[in-house]
Ligand binder design. Structure first.
Ligand code: PEP
Ligand code: MN
Length: 264
């Protein structure tokens, strides 16, 4: 269902009137984690001011250590919804547990993110497949393109065809940055599937100074958009502080991306 053999033309997925997969590049920005109502309010204002059309933020965080901050939980969705509604941005947030699906539907989450660590959580994929909500499917830490396509197939096979792939860097022998952004996967995926492909430069590079270069490379390589981490005050972020862009850096990135998009 997700392959070009099934459908040869590009699929455009509309999220509250915002198209993914067409000529326009869509930039989703926002903090790694929802922290407080105030943090979400300033984050939303910065995302809006920079010209991004959707906002990200996790209320439930898949952390490597069980002893670190795990996300603010259910009430985080309220902080997020309120802040994003105030500036008119649709929200993207990660679902880790099928037991939270009703809550996500109740809060009107606009795009459900399936994180890297859950790319092959087949029961979660099947449940998300039964919903009528667009899904961002992140690439697994060491997933091949084939495995990633088959993970999307699980969602589509259960009825939900609104899937956006997100390349977020893969694990290799290289340790001097967080992950290796697999730029090659962008044209390969665009060839294999009719669905939109976006890139998360933040979890790929792991450092805010790497984000502009990776973002430009992704757009030049044909990505349909980006998922970027930004924070009103990066050094104070509760999670992934090193890779968050400040409001000013996000603004500059958006200007640069317009130039790249115009050039291709
Ligand atoms: C995230 O987007 O906050 C996240 C945890 O990303 P990933 O699943 O790609 O590690
Ligand atoms: Mn993060």
């Amino acid at each position: 269902l997700v392959s070009r053999e099934f459908k040869s033309t590009d699929t455009i997925i509309e999220v509250r009137g915002i198209p993914f997969g067409g000529k326009q590049i869509q930039i989703i920005a926002g903090p790694c984690s929802v922290e407080t109502p105030e943090q979400m309010r300033s984050a939303a204002e910065a995302v809006k001011a920079a010209g991004c059309r959707l906002m990200r933020g996790g209320a439930f965080k898949p952390r490597t250590s069980p002893y670190t901050f795990q996300g603010v939980g259910d009430e985080g969705l309220d902080y997020f919804r309120t802040a994003a509604d105030a500036v008119g941005l649709p929200i993207v947030t990660e679902l880790m547990d099928v037991r939270k699906i009703d809550l996500f539907l109740e809060k009107g989450v606009d795009i459900i993110q399936i994180g890297t660590r859950n790319m092959q959580n087949f029961d979660l994929l099947k449940e998300v497949g039964r919903l009528d909500v667009p899904v961002i499917l992140k690439r697994g830490l060491s997933a091949t393109v084939k495995e990633w396509l088959m993970a999307a197939e699980y969602i589509a096979a259960h009825g939900n065809h609104k899937i956006i792939f997100a390349e977020r860097g893969i694990r290799t022998f290289e340790t001097s940055y967080r992950n290796v952004l697999d730029v090659t996967a962008i044209p390969v995926l665009k060839k294999e599937t009719h669905l939109p492909v976006i890139v998360d430069p933040s979890h790929a590079g792991g450092k805010s100074w790497l984000v502009p270069a990776l973002s430009k490379a992704a757009i030049a390589a044909g990505a349909d958009g980006l998922l970027v981490e930004s924070h009103p005050c990066p050094e104070e972020a509760w999670c992934d502080a090193d890779q968050a862009l400040s409001p000013q850096q996000l603004m500059t990135l958006m200007d640069d991306l317009h130039k790249v998009a115009a050039a291709i």
